[in-house]
Design a protein around this ligand. Sequence first.
Ligand code: UT7
Length: 320
Amino acid sequence: MYVPEDRLTNDDLSKMVDTNDEWIMSHMGIKERRILKDKDKASAFLGAQAIKNLLEKTGTNPDEIDLVICATVAPDYFFPATGPQICEQAGLTNAYAFDVHAACSGFIYALTTASKFIKAGTEKKVIVVGAEKMSSIVDYTDRTTCPIFGDGAAAVLLEATEENVGVMDYILRSDAVGVKHLRMKAGGSLRPASVETVQNHEHFIYQEGQPVFKYAVTRMADVSAEIMERNGLKADDVAYLVPHQANLRIIDATARRMELDPSKVMINIQKYGNTTAATIPLCLCEWEKQLKKGDNLILAAFGAGFTWGSVWLKWGYDSK
Ligand code: UT7
C-alpha cells in the first residue's frame, strides 16, 4: 500500500467549511484522510508506489508481471488509461494494462476480472491496483462531500495455484438508477467541459448522501448475506468481512446482517476516509499479518453507478 504523508484532519476541514469533528465522526466515522499535495503527481504515482512496495515485499521481479488492472475513479487523464502509466512508473516492462471504471466497487470488479485471466491460464502473474487521488475531484467548498474522501493506493498480486484458494465465488451488480444521485456532472461526452461547467463546480463529485446511503446499506448487506447463504457459510466460518470504507454506519449494518462479531470486520476508515477503489486492498494490507491460509474473507462494496457486489475469497498463504 501507499498513502501520502500529508494528513487532512477534521479540525483542518472545520476551518475550510462549516463542519466539526463531532459531526463528521458521528455521521461518517472519519478522523483524518491523506492528501497528495504535489500538483505534479496523481493517481498513477500513488498506484506505482503501492506496486513498488508490493514487488519488494514479495520478492517479485517486475519483468514477471503479465498484466496490471487499475481501478480508479480519478484517472490521471480522461484518456489514456492510468494503468499503462502505473506500469511505466513502477518499471513493469513486460506488463500490459487497462483500467476498470466501477467507482467504489472498482477493486472487486477488477479482482474478479483478474481471477478470470489467472484461471484461464493465459496470464501467470496479475496485479490489481486501486489508485485514487480523490482530492483532485473533491469540492472543498462542499461540506457534504469534502470530509468523506482521501487519497491512497493499494495493490494485490494474483498467481496461479492448484490449491483450493483464491476467488471462490462472487456476486456483482449494477443499476443506473444511481446516476442521478452520485456522479461528476460534467466533463464527459454528455456534458463536455465549458466555462459554465467550471463556474458551476460540475467537475467535482456530486452526491445526494441520503438516497445513496439507503441504497448502500441494503444492497451491500444483501449481497454479503447472499454470498454466504449460497455457499453454506455461517458467521463462524468467516474470518473477516473486508468492506468498502464509505461510512462506518454502512459497514456496521452489513456486519450485523452477516451476524458477524465486530472483531471480524476490517475498519480503517477513521485514518484514510473513503479512498474509493483503494479501500479494500488498504484493509487487506493492514490486516495481512493476521490472515492465515484458507481463511474465508467476504469482500463487499457499493459505489457510483450504482455498482456493488461481494466476493468470497479464500486467503492463499500464511503471512510472515
Ligand atoms: O462510496 C460511495 C458511496 N457513498 C456512500 O456510501 C455515502 C452514503 N451516504 C452517507 O454516508 C451519508 O449520507 C453522509 C455521511 C454523506 C451524510 O450523512 P447523513 O446522515 O445522510 O446527513 P444528511 O446529508 O442527511 O445531512 C444532515 C444535516 C443537514 O442539515 P439539515 O438539512 O438537517 O439542516 C446537512 O446540511 O447535516 C448537515 N451536514 C453537515 N453538518 C456539519 C451535511 N454535511 C455536514 C458537515 N458538517 N460536513
